[in-house]
Write a protein that binds this ligand. Structure first.
Ligand code: ADP
Ligand code: MG
Length: 358
């Protein structure tokens, strides 16, 4: 049995920061987790901080901006931008009207992005803090769950430590007061935690381990991990052994008997591909076991999808598969057949089992 995962372990805080090595699927995982959050009844806000507009296509919406926009019941999105955050901040704390700054827009952007990179991060983290503090008229939090598509692991700790860096530099005034409050948010596991995403490959796993250690050292709670793009075995259990026993000649003979035209060379090629895939599956299970042991955390597993592109339907499928591992009901998208679902679920379980069994 794979280690059981509880949805509260992953999504049980107000803010969930999704990080990982660049390109491992942070954005995809952030969208996936947000859909799981909605399925648990949480009013969920997805936040993009790097201005890439990577999230909207994964949810089939038009581009996002600084305003929070609810694009389906219980799910909203926003793209926060340091320049917008600086205008808002200056207006809020110093009463400087936005229009005055728009005149100076290029200077403002230069200032926050080049002159003071720590300030840029502070403004983004500060905006997340402000979103977490938003209230509905009845006093409840405006968002039950805020999922942030955060910077990659290499940058996440400096990003999150921007408030403390600023408290050291700026000893007085509103920035210091606010920075202290942001730090409180980041160091309270009920309010914020990080989800480290990885591929089951050497380099990303090493970076995930370092990321978990660095976040922990910075006092930030780290949730279970997400292993993304897990290889799905193409052979039924026992299939690999059967192929080995048959060998290329046996396979070619079987193919011929079944009325297919496969040369010995084709059969040998098929055998090679099957072996390669088996090796990859085994390697991934080994890396998953290593990662789980090294970090002391279980991992949610998401399959490597082989569709041409990952869009809204694929994210809905990933969300269904994630929800199933977390004990949450979330219907699969209509285009996926029951057989496909069963195969994917079994494959993910097998990988988690194999990792757990080591
Ligand atoms: N489970 C998956 N199966 C197949 N492709 C994936 C999966 N997750 C992510 N991808 C693809 O990998 C690439 C990187 O994913 P993305 O979420 O943009 O990563 P990041 O935000 O970490 O840079 C994208 O092309 C995305 O569509
Ligand atoms: Mg991304």
């Amino acid at each position: 049995m794979p280690t059981t995962l509880d949805v509260e372990d992953l999504l049980g805080s107000n803010v969930v920061l999704v990080t990982g090595k660049g390109g491992v699927g942070k954005t995809t995982v952030a969208a996936t987790l947000a859909l799981v959050g909605v399925a648990t009844g949480r009013r969920t806000l997805l936040v993009e901080v790097e201005g890439r507009q990577g999230l909207p296509p994964l949810l089939a919406t038009s581009p996002w901006d600084y305003q929070q926009r609810e694009f389906r019941p219980g799910l909203a999105g926003t793209a926060i931008d340091p320049a917008d955050a600086v205008y808002e901040y200056l207006e809020l704390f110093y009463g400087i009207k936005r229009v005055q700054w728009v005149m100076e827009r290029s200077h403002a952007i230069d200032f926050v992005t080049t002159a003071a990179p720590g300030l840029r991060d502070l403004l983004l983290v500060g905006k997340v803090y402000e979103l977490e503090g938003q209230r509905r008229p009845d006093g409840r939090r405006a968002w039950d769950l805020i999922v942030v598509d955060a910077p990659p692991t290499g940058r996440i700790v400096p990003f999150l430590e921007a408030p403390s860096a600023v408290t050291e530099i700026v000893r007085v005034g509103p920035i210091r007061r606010q920075a202290g409050q942001i730090e409180e948010l980041l160091h309270d596991p009920r309010r914020a935690r990080a989800v480290v995403t990885t591929l089951l490959e050497e380099m990303p796993v090493a970076e995930a381990r370092e990321g978990v250690a660095a976040l922990t050292a910075a006092g930030i709670d780290v949730a279970p991990l997400v292993a993304n793009q897990v290889e799905v075995p193409r052979l039924a259990p026992g299939g690999a052994d059967l192929l080995e026993r048959l060998g290329a000649d046996g396979l070619a003979a079987r193919a011929a008997a079944a009325g297919a035209n496969a040369s010995r060379r084709t059969a040998a090629l098929v055998l090679g591909l099957a072996r390669e895939q088996q090796d990859r599956v085994a390697l991934q299970a080994g890396l998953l076991a290593e990662l789980t042991a090294a970090t002391g955390r279980p991992a949610l597993a998401l399959p490597l999808l082989t569709t041409a592109a990952v869009g809204a339907e694929e994210v809905a499928l990933l969300a269904h598969l994630a929800a199933a591992q977390l004990g949450v009901d979330l219907a699969p998208p209509p285009h996926v057949t029951a057989a496909e679902l069963e195969a994917l679920t079994a494959a993910l379980e097998a990988t988690r089992d194999a990792a757990g069994a080591r």
